[in-house]
Design a binder for this molecule. Sequence first.
Ligand code: ASP
Length: 323
Amino acid sequence: MSPAAAATPILKASHLLGIEGLSVGEITALLDLGDEYVALGRAKEKKSPLLKGRTVINLFFEASTRTQSSFELAGKRLGADVMNMSVRTSSVSKGETLIDTATTLNAMRPDILIVRHQDSGAAEMLARKLDCCVVNAGDGSHEHPTQALLDALTIRRRRRSFEELTVAICGDVAHSRVARSNIHLLSKMGARVRLVAPRTLLPADAARFGVEIFTDMREGLKGVDIVMMLRLQTERMTGAFIPSMREYFRFWGLDREKLAYAKPGALVMHPGPMNRGVEIDSAVADDIEVSLIHEQVEMGVAIRMAVLDALSRGLAQQGRNTP
Ligand code: ASP
């Protein structure tokens, strides 16, 4: 990455809290940078010294495999010191509040704090209180911006133009921050978005998104280019939303028979972790001709490098702790 390129600002804000507040230009610039980091990740020498001297803290109050490890790898590949805060062994388990934990970490003068929390709005609240840049790595059922960006990068590398695409976001939309961030991003970029879900798993305000809504999976999949499956998020459910897992799979699980309703050559995505045999059949998930699931993981590292890079440009511009 050339020093000149590193100087060009990408984000107007000094945090990444959601897709809703991003412009098409900001999203496109992040995706372009993501492409450069895909190339770096595929090279033998995967490191860049861009964040040398910077400190990145991962603060995850909810379980994570892909997001936490890819932020860690992204920070390390950019030369930052990365600390993973394990909530289970920290004072959070003794009852320390989110804000106390975060202000304690803030006193250690990190440059970037990556936070995942079960409450919608948690990242935004921290961004208002802390000195460092805050990245939302998932807040309740609100937003998961880096997931939508990595999904967009995955799609763009396969299909180029969003304007010609119809994307079906299927399953537990009501509890999904992935769905919300993707609805914002794909709509902004000009794709047609469909929500395909049982009535019980559609958000009460689904109509406000201005997307098409289908409550029959086969109807909803007709002619789509991309099928984006969502995990059934039982940990966020407070009551009975589905009759049984078996019934759910019968009506809403993506198998070859239902996928056949989509456009020939349609591609399948899933943010992970997958519930095999619940929202997706292994025969589809593991079919490398249609499934982009592993590609999504690779794009996750690249897009998180792009986000850290973009935020560090903001820090350098403000002259904050410039290394
Ligand atoms: N990993 C994604 C998230 O944190 C999707 C999921 O958990 O279902 O929201």
